[in-house]
Design a binder for this molecule. Structure first.
Ligand code: SAM
Length: 179
């Protein structure tokens, strides 16, 4: 079976206002099995540093990249064989389209912050909603990545981690593998 790849495109990051949300989008993307997040419009070093620290402690090779022009990013991804999914409350319901999407090997997922321009809807191969109610890009990403991988990402192993959690019914158990 071919390895799947999910890339998240963060559209319209606004300095200061979006720092926390963009960092959380990166954390969710990493934890739920994406390989990379590309932040457009602005460089968010907080998201970059957050992920660097998380990778060092918790493993894996998730990347954060910055490319100013979202259009350039989307067209390049399309050229390299990615299908573009734009998450929007106005799109087709995820439970309706997931059967088609599960079969794809390379998906780039666009999430907005501010109002998303019309061209994004047109360039996307699929405009997909996670409920038709307004909520957040963080929640939409988590639900979408879970649905499209049918929950398999929950068992993902993160290689070369320094810290490892041993799940407990109560309390916390963390092993430092480098000690
Ligand atoms: N007001 C903005 C607009 O009209 O485009 C949306 C802002 S919303 C806080 C930020 C992002 O969250 C959206 O661009 C979309 O990617 C995602 N989002 C919010 N609700 C969603 C939903 N029900 N389904 C899918 N994505 C959603």
């Amino acid at each position: 079976m071919k390895k799947k790849d999910f890339v998240v495109v963060r559209y319209g990051h606004r300095d200061v206002r979006d720092y926390r949300v963009t960092s959380h989008c990166a954390l969710v993307s990493r934890a739920f099995g994406a390989s990379k997040m590309i932040v457009c419009e602005s460089r968010d070093e907080i998201a970059e540093n957050t992920i660097k620290g998380v990778n060092e402690n918790w493993g894996g090779n998730f990347k954060v990249e910055f490319i100013q022009d979202w259009r350039e990013v989307v067209l390049k991804l399309k050229k390299s064989g990615y299908k573009i999914v734009h998450l929007t409350m106005y799109g087709m319901q995820v439970q309706e389209v997931e059967k088609k999407l599960i079969k794809l090997n390379k998906i780039a997922i666009i999430v907005g912050s501010q109002k998303v321009e019309k061209e994004v809807y047109e360039l996307a191969d699929y405009n997909v909603s996670v409920t038709n109610q307004p909520h957040s890009e963080i929640a939409a990403l988590a639900v979408f990545l879970d649905r499209v991988q049918q929950g398999k990402e929950l068992d993902k192993k993160f290689l070369k981690s320094k810290l490892k959690i041993i799940p407990q019914e109560k309390g916390k158990k963390v092993i430092n593998t480098k000690k």
